[in-house]
Design a protein around this ligand. Structure first.
Ligand code: 8YV
Length: 320
């Protein structure tokens, strides 16, 4: 019998495929410095029974029409704003994501970014490497305190909660906004639910961990930045499009807020001439929230386990 065929849209280590090689045939996009072009993707999935993809691939009506045999699309991410769930239902295709395995790693990165911005770590590193350290002076590279400040977490899901646990260790006051109340975080971490408007006015650090949906698109807009403290630090580790980037640039340029730390952008990869790149009070990262070797291996393994399970008619492990 012919083996079921799996297409993988990014190069992953061969060793990850070994446990599945006797059961399935694989093809993957091998180039590491460019994404698979859309027309090649649509051609490749024509005979695929399953697809493993990343966030940059739009899994939409056009995709499903091009992939008539596909039974499952496994997204190597917890977020799935790249996938059209209604279209998947219409075509009877199972969608999966990678929750839980990346929670702590992404929270570590979020907190690192917050600390890097508050304590000006990146500037300080540049300063010393550019041989600018000539003297000690009291306000040299003085940042702002983290401990005992108020962190405002927008989106109190798994990652939001993991950030709140870290904040607790720094003796921060925790306020959060979420559609539904998170009683566990309220009891265990003394986190206080606030309406969004109030949170952005009260928080010293506003951290976006909220998924991108029609409701959260450009949630952080001109008005939101106006309402924040002028000493506020804005951190985004969720999706770029929850922020109106033009409004953020204006807010940073006009010192409406102090600084920002961004792991995500409206268009990724972001252009090197984007106005955000010229601002000194911004630390930018190339969407590396879950990027540790351990966690990326767990994410890849979970995608493959989901595919294996569905193709063996045993159902998905982490369905969307
Ligand atoms: C992914 C992410 O690694 O899980 C998510 O939603 O944003 C990251 O962890 C990245 O999106 C690649 O797909």
């Amino acid at each position: 019998m012919e083996k079921a065929h799996i297409y993988i849209t990014r190069k992953i280590p061969e060793v990850m495929l070994q446990p599945f090689q006797s059961a399935f045939s694989f093809r993957m996009w091998e180039k590491e410095d460019e994404p698979v072009p859309r027309e090649i993707l649509l051609e490749e999935v024509r005979n695929a029974d399953a697809v493993m993809c990343v966030l940059s691939e739009k899994i939409d009506e056009e995709f499903f029409l091009a992939a008539p045999k596909v039974k499952i699309v496994a997204n190597m991410a917890v977020g799935y704003d790249n996938m059209d769930i209604q279209a998947a239902k219409r075509h009877n295709v199972i969608l999966t994501n990678t929750p839980d395995v990346l929670t702590e790693t992404t929270a570590d990165l979020g907190f690192s970014l917050l600390m890097a911005v508050a304590r000006r770590i990146v500037e300080a590193n540049q300063f010393i490497k550019k041989n600018q350290w000539k003297n000690w002076s009291p306000l040299l590279l003085a940042g702002t305190d983290i401990h005992h400040k108020t962190i405002g977490i927008v989106g109190m899901g798994r990652i939001g909660e993991a950030i709140a646990r870290r904040a607790k260790g720094f003796n921060m006051d925790i306020v959060y906004h979420n559609r539904s109340r998170n009683k566990e975080a309220e009891e265990r971490l003394q986190a206080i639910w606030l309406p969004f408007e109030q949170l952005i006015q009260e928080a010293d650090f506003v951290v976006s961990v909220i998924p991108l949906t029609d409701e959260t698109y450009h949630l952080f807009d001109e008005l939101a930045f106006k309402k924040m403290k002028d000493s506020a630090i804005f951190i985004n580790i969720s999706r770029g499009a929850v922020v109106d980037e033009g409004a953020l640039v204006n807010a940073l340029e006009s010192n409406q807020i102090r600084a920002a730390g961004l792991d995500v952008f409206e268009k990724e990869p972001i252009a090197s001439n984007h106005p955000l790149m010229n601002l000194e009070n911004v630390v930018c990262l190339p969407h590396i929230g879950s990027a540790t070797k351990e966690t990326r291996e767990k994410m890849m393994a979970l995608c493959l386990e989901n595919i294996d399970s569905v193709l063996r008619n045993q159902g998905p492990k982490t369905p969307i």
